[in-house]
Design a binder for this molecule. Structure first.
Ligand SMILES: Nc1nc2c(ncn2[C@@H]2O[C@H](COP(=O)(O)OP(=O)(O)OP(=O)(O)O)[C@@H](O)[C@H]2O)c(=O)[nH]1
Ligand SMILES: [Mg+2]
Length: 207
């Protein structure tokens, strides 16, 4: 076999085993860590992140490396990156309302601010971004618009995840109207509804 044919053949075998980084971005408390846990649990049997109803639970990047996903006879190895929630304002008083002591709330606000900066710095290491939105909330947030603008400017493929579709108030059409340039996948990270479709969409963008 000529060398170029051997090379193509090898590329065919190893090229399909791409190792890429999937970053989960979005406002706080939209369900990024719940989704990261679901993906991680489905393919490795283990959770990876802490979840809670208090915003800014994730305050530094949580990584789960070399997660093997098998889809349509293909194997993809991915690094899952669960990002801190991005907010335009962090106010410790919001945490006090959730019952935290003032000192703890102030510390949490500091860490949350550092986390936002870290999440933005990590944009350059992301190959595909899931921009997670709470489908019961207004999608036109400054954060959503800014993250999407940044990802678009860097030509990073984006999948919008309309999460919390198990809730009555959820409305994914509002998200589609707000960001018609992107594919929107409706899921419930909590119940697992439509997660398979999300895997197929990720596989499509993984190249
Ligand atoms: N009903 C419903 N609740 C959800 C769903 N996904 C997440 N939640 C809840 O939303 C809250 C926030 O979830 P997290 O996964 O911690 O959210 P996050 O986006 O990682 O938040 P930060 O780390 O603070 O940025 C928790 O109370 C979850 O149980 C969902 O699909 N449906
Ligand atoms: Mg989180």
């Amino acid at each position: 076999m000529p060398f170029d044919k051997i090379f193509k053949w090898l590329k065919g075998i190893f090229g399909s085993r791409k190792n890429f980084s999937l970053g989960l971005y979005g406002n706080p408390a939209v369900g990024k860590s719940t989704l990261a846990n679901r993906i991680s649990k489905d393919w490795t049997g283990e959770d990876m992140s802490e979840v809670s109803e208090i915003p800014h639970t994730t305050r530094s990047v949580v990584k789960k490396e070399r997660v093997r996903v098998r889809l349509n006879g293909r194997e993809i190895t991915m690094n899952l990156l669960d990002m801190p929630g991005i907010a335009t304002k962090v106010d410790y008083k919001d945490f006090v309302k959730y019952g935290l002591k003032v000192e703890d709330a102030q510390q949490r606000a500091k860490e949350a601010t550092r986390g936002i900066i870290e999440a933005i710095k990590w944009l350059e290491h992301v190959d595909v971004a899931l921009v997670v939105m709470d489908a019961t909330q207004d999608p036109y947030t400054q954060v959503n618009i800014t993250i999407l603008g940044n990802l678009e400017a860097r030509s990073i493929p984006v999948i919008i995840v309309a999460n919390k579709m198990d809730l009555k108030k959820a409305n994914a059409d509002k998200i589609r109207e707000a960001f018609p340039q992107h594919e929107v996948v409706e899921i419930s990270a909590l119940t697992g509804k439509n997660i398979q479709t999300l895997y197929e969409t990720i596989a499509k963008h993984a190249g």
